[in-house]
Design a protein around this ligand. Structure first.
Ligand SMILES: Cc1cc2nc3c(=O)[nH]c(=O)nc-3n(C[C@H](O)[C@H](O)[C@H](O)COP(=O)(O)OP(=O)(O)OC[C@H]3O[C@@H](n4cnc5c(N)ncnc54)[C@H](O)[C@@H]3O)c2cc1C
Length: 426
């Protein structure tokens, strides 16, 4: 398993009471389903299976939501890491519409679970995606296409309107998405965990699944301290383990991205409570959070080690957009690992041996993990086959180390093209 990209405390951990660790697996237990991985994909799957009266045991190598699920930007919106235009080019309009609609069910699920459980998990509504170069008509065409083909009600903001909300000359036109929301992902994940347990699921922390083997009709999943004998096994390990399920593991590239949180600041820069992202190919994403702090995310690399001087680099990115921020102290900074397939769509399905997987949600996992958990729970408990809509995006080898170098090179190329576009806009 890939080691932590950092152990620095995140702002999310600092504002959450996890309580004591759940027990690790110490014996042989039987279950209907064993879920491997306690991020949002695994937790949603476990919750939805327990709601369908399945006996579930979940194994998490560290603490629940220790991975990307508890340390991300917290933006929830419809769609996928891959743009819907590219999805449509690959599978056609009708299939792309069906997939987009599933992604919307994921967002609606998150909203419903928060409202029914703990409304304080929600931190704000709406999302602005701003251009860092002048629009050449693409944004309005995009808005029109999303309304016409995907029933998505997006609003176009001219440069002056954008700058009323985002006080930076770096920005030009933008898209305002009133249906998005942003939230506290760690508290959300732990709420799902508590609900799954209330429904009868058993969640083990500090339990690394080491192997999965057939045992008659069942699966035998071993950890160092015990084993689970289960009718079904579901792999939800993202890019953190390439060996436990080779068919999906070899198809996922780990991609690191970074977040910094300032001290509480008085500022006239971000004038909106909406989440914000820019349309750079390797873009920034940020939002105001409790007591006036700015949470700023950005930078993507395929290197999985901690970049030194992370806090200073992130501050440099903030000031390049908003020099009026002065010199805010960075109180938290951390890295996280996403998992990407080469086609940038989630990998959701069942392999030839009968093992289930839900992985590779990329930088768009808040709605899509919710979607995947529901799809797989329905498939396992009710025999529903809607998950097969993802068959067009099957796992394919990502090229190992060479693949990572290719992806890193393409990020550098994207960053260069961003700079060229911005230089042209003056
Ligand atoms: C910094 C950052 C910002 C992001 N911002 C956003 C955002 O704003 N909006 C959005 O939609 N998405 C965002 N994402 C992406 C999103 O967080 C992920 O797509 C999503 O959380 C993936 O969930 P997961 O359950 O697949 O993986 P993870 O959350 O990584 O969970 C996988 C779990 O599996 C466990 N595991 C691995 N191997 C084993 C094993 N052998 N045995 C037991 N357990 C194992 C790990 O310990 C881990 O807890 C961001 C990601 C990062 C890193």
């Amino acid at each position: 398993m890939i080691q932590p990209v950092n152990n620095f405390p995140t702002w999310y951990e600092a504002t959450t009471d996890r309580g004591g660790a759940r027990t690790s697996l110490r014996s042989t237990v039987k279950a209907d389903v064993c879920v491997i991985g306690g991020g949002l994909a695994g937790l949603t799957t476990a919750l939805e299976l327990s709601r369908r009266k399945k006996r579930v045991v979940l194994l998490e190598a560290k603490r629940l939501a220790w991975g990307a699920s508890g340390r991300n930007g917290g933006f929830v919106s419809n769609g996928f890491a891959e743009g819907i235009g590219n999805v449509q080019r690959r599978v056609g309009l009708e299939a792309a519409r069906a997939l987009y609609s599933l992604s919307r069910h994921g967002s609606e699920y998150v909203r419903r679970e928060i409202e029914a459980g703990d409304p304080t998990i929600k931190m704000g509504e709406a999302w602005i995606v701003a251009l860092r170069h002048r629009d050449n008509g693409d944004l309005k065409s995009y808005r029109d296409m999303m309304a016409r083909d995907y029933d998505e009600d997006l609003q176009f903001l001219a440069t002056e309107q954008t700058r009323e909300k985002l006080n930076s000359t770096r920005y030009f036109e933008s898209i305002y998405n009133p249906r998005a929301l942003h939230f506290h992902p760690l508290r959300y994940a732990l709420m799902l965990a508590r609900r799954a347990e209330a429904g009868g699921a058993t969640l083990h922390e500090n339990t690394l699944a080491l192997s999965v083997q057939r045992q008659g009709q069942d699966w035998r999943i071993c950890s160092a301290g015990g084993e689970v004998i289960a009718q079904h096994v579901v792999h939800c390990v993202s890019s953190l383990d390439h060996n436990i399920h080779k068919a999906s593991g070899r198809a996922v590239v780990p991609v690191a991205t970074y977040v910094a949180v300032t001290e509480p600041i008085n500022q006239d820069a971000v004038r909106t409570s909406a989440a914000v992202a820019d349309t750079r190919r390797a873009g920034n994403y940020y939002r105001l959070i409790d007591d006036g702090r700015l949470l700023w995310g950005g930078r993507i690399t395929t290197q999985v080690s901690e970049p030194s001087r992370l806090a200073e680099q992130m501050k440099g990115d903030m000031l390049a957009t908003y020099p009026q921020l002065g010199n805010p102290r960075i109180e938290y900074s951390w890295a996280g690992l996403m998992g990407y397939a080469l086609h940038k769509m989630p990998l959701i399905g069942r392999d030839g041996d009968g093992q289930w997987y839900a992985t590779a949600f990329g930088g768009h996992g808040m709605n899509t993990t919710a979607m995947a958990g529901q799809l797989l729970a329905r498939a396992i408990a009710d025999g529903d086959d809607e998950y097969r809509r993802f068959a067009a995006f099957a796992p394919q080898w990502a090229g190992g180390q060479l693949g990572r170098i290719g992806v890193q090179t393409s990020y550098w190329w994207m960053q260069l093209r961003d700079r060229i576009d911005e230089a042209r806009s003056g």
